[in-house]
Design a protein around this ligand. Structure first.
Ligand SMILES: CC(C)(COP(=O)(O)OP(=O)(O)OC[C@H]1O[C@@H](n2cnc3c(N)ncnc32)[C@H](O)[C@@H]1OP(=O)(O)O)[C@@H](O)C(=O)NCCC(=O)NCCS
Length: 152
């Protein structure tokens, strides 16, 4: 089941985030998103959204993305599946769910950055139709980013 994040998910989300990244997003960022039930208006035409994917009532992954309705653009900021639940199709399911929503909202392009060495994520993005469109040197403190984009 995929749904908007809620405050009661915060502990599980932080556990997954810290387990998954050497530099985790700060607690305060997730707290803010959870307090607003996964949808924050950040500007005139901009918003931030967060969905979780759960199994047996336990959160096993999440995604965060930013929309600019005027520009018809989406920027995916975070996508994670809990370690023990990887390679079971959940990352694909969550990403496709977001892409479906983007299409419904008439968003035209979606982009994201990923570590050059992150084969799992890059394979997933390529599998669902993202195309590598650039490289940003030193985007992460210790590594380059590959930019992926998809026309919807
Ligand atoms: C990237 C990530 C979200 C993928 O989630 P997942 O649920 O394991 O992915 P799925 O099971 O849906 O895999 C879908 C496809 O992606 C590719 N893929 C996923 N993991 C892979 C891996 N370890 N090696 C190679 N390809 C992989 C495959 O094409 C796979 O299809 P297949 O299983 O039919 O071969 C997960 O590995 C993760 O949370 N990683 C840590 C956080 C992260 O790096 N996030 C991305 C930040 S940009």
């Amino acid at each position: 089941m995929i749904r908007k994040v809620q405050l009661e998910d915060l502990e599980e989300v932080m556990k997954i985030e810290r387990q998954s990244f050497p530099v985790a997003w700060e607690y305060s960022i997730f707290l803010n998103i959870c307090l607003q039930s996964g949808h924050i208006v950040t500007g005139k035409s901009k918003s931030l959204s967060m969905d979780v994917i759960e199994e047996n009532d336990i959160v096993v992954g999440y995604a965060v993305w930013e929309l600019d309705i005027c520009k018809a653009e989406c920027h995916i900021l975070n996508l994670v599946i809990q370690k023990d639940e990887r390679r079971k199709g959940k990352g694909r399911m969550l990403l496709l769910h977001i892409v479906d929503n983007l299409k419904t909202n008439r968003i035209r392009t979606c982009r994201l950055e990923v570590r050059e060495s992150n084969i799992a994520a890059r394979s997933l993005y390529e599998a669902i139709g993202f195309v590598a469109s650039g490289k940003i040197s030193g985007y992460y403190f210790d590594e380059n980013a590959i930019v992926y984009t998809m026309r919807l």
